[in-house]
Design a protein around this ligand. Structure first.
Ligand code: SIN
Length: 340
């Protein structure tokens, strides 16, 4: 056996979920089994050519993901990645916010070792559970020579952190990398790669990473959507210091608008967003379309998200507000996940 090890960090999700009936793939409780249990019952693990360690970092349904859990995950990733005997990490995670955690970790860590998020669409108790195969595939990716960066593995497909998006509510193959396409496929332990591994062009300095890992309060960035009949009322309320004070919330520092089509938005919403900008709130436009990136020929007053979905543009803006409170990089970057 190779002396290098893989660490599997458990955070909960459907992959660790249990239902009363083995035929029930919908009415189950997520985050019931520990990561150690998931590994203990994994068929094929005995033949896996690496020692596998486990650590339970969280135990949640990922709809409830929050900044403190991200910080815990980040600190444990840093801890394990620094060790020479660790080849890579696997993170078991719920599917619902997996893409946000993946993008957060890639943006902060830009790891030179692989950090592989995996998941399941059916609970571990299901007669047709998909978690064990996804976990074996994720281990194969983490053990692959040359693998690097944060990726997601689901239904035999390897997605980059920047592009991966959950696109289906219950299908086993629930994720897509959109126009860019996946990094590759994993078939019975063998990888077939079609793109290079993720590599960030913006690498955060160590003090920034430490700051993010220890931060007590995070900048408040909200997402709004443009739709038929949208008004500026929600934006005005979000930006109002009086409203924030009354409800005991932090003032809004940034807004992401999930715009219609190629970045257009209702004129009343746009007017309210301009007022927000004038009040010092950062505003970025993404699209509510699930494929394609906003493409303008000329610079706009509200910059676009450079192809990031609204939820990832929010992560990018939060990190920017933490590390560059006075200057906005979003809108100037061309692609923050370059390839080798
Ligand atoms: C979750 O995101 O934790 C629950 C749903 C899932 O994992 O598919």
């Amino acid at each position: 056996m190779d002396r290098k090890k893989i660490v599997v960090l458990g955070t909960g999700g459907t992959i660790a979920g249990v239902s009363v009936q083995i035929s029930d793939n919908l009415g189950y409780a997520a985050a019931q089994l520990g990561v150690h249990e998931l590994l203990q019952t994994l068929p094929g693990l005995a033949q896996f050519p690496r020692e596998v360690l486990t650590e339970q970092v969280a135990q949640i349904d990922s709809k409830d993901m929050d900044f403190s859990i991200w910080q815990r995950i980040l600190r444990r990733c840093i801890h394990w990645l620094e060790r020479d005997d660790i080849q890579g990490l696997v993170l078991t995670h719920g599917t619902d916010t997996l893409e946000e955690t993946a993008y957060f970790l890639q943006s902060v860590l830009s790891p030179t070792k692989p950090v592989v998020l995996t998941c399941a669409m059916r609970p571990a108790s299901s007669i047709g559970a998909d978690g064990p195969q996804n976990l074996m595939d994720a281990l194969a990716v983490a053990a692959h020579p040359g693998a690097r960066g944060v990726v997601a593995v689901c239904a035999g497909t390897i997605h980059g952190a920047r592009d991966v998006q959950k696109v289906h509510t219950w299908r086993l193959d629930a994720f897509s990398s959109g126009d860019v396409g996946p990094i590759g496929q994993v078939v019975q332990g063998t990888l077939y790669l079609s793109r290079n591994w993720p590599k960030s062009s913006v690498v955060l300095p160590k003090p920034d990473i430490k700051k993010i890992a220890a931060l007590a309060s995070w900048p408040r960035v909200e997402i709004v959507v443009s739709y038929a009949g949208a008004s500026g009322a929600t934006i005005d309320a979000l930006v109002s210091p009086e409203v924030a004070h009354r409800i005991g919330a932090a003032p809004v520092r940034g807004l992401i608008v999930a715009a219609t089509g190629n970045g257009s938005m209702h004129h009343e919403l746009e007017a309210a967003l301009s007022r927000a900008q004038a009040a010092g709130v950062r505003v970025v436009r993404a699209t509510r379309c699930c494929h394609g990136q906003v493409a303008y020929a000329t610079e706009q007053a509200i910059p676009d998200s450079q192809g990031l979905s609204a939820v990832k543009a929010r992560v990018a803006m939060i990190l920017e507000l933490i590390t560059q409170p006075k200057d906005s990089r979003l809108g100037k970057m061309t692609h923050n996940e370059a390839e080798d």
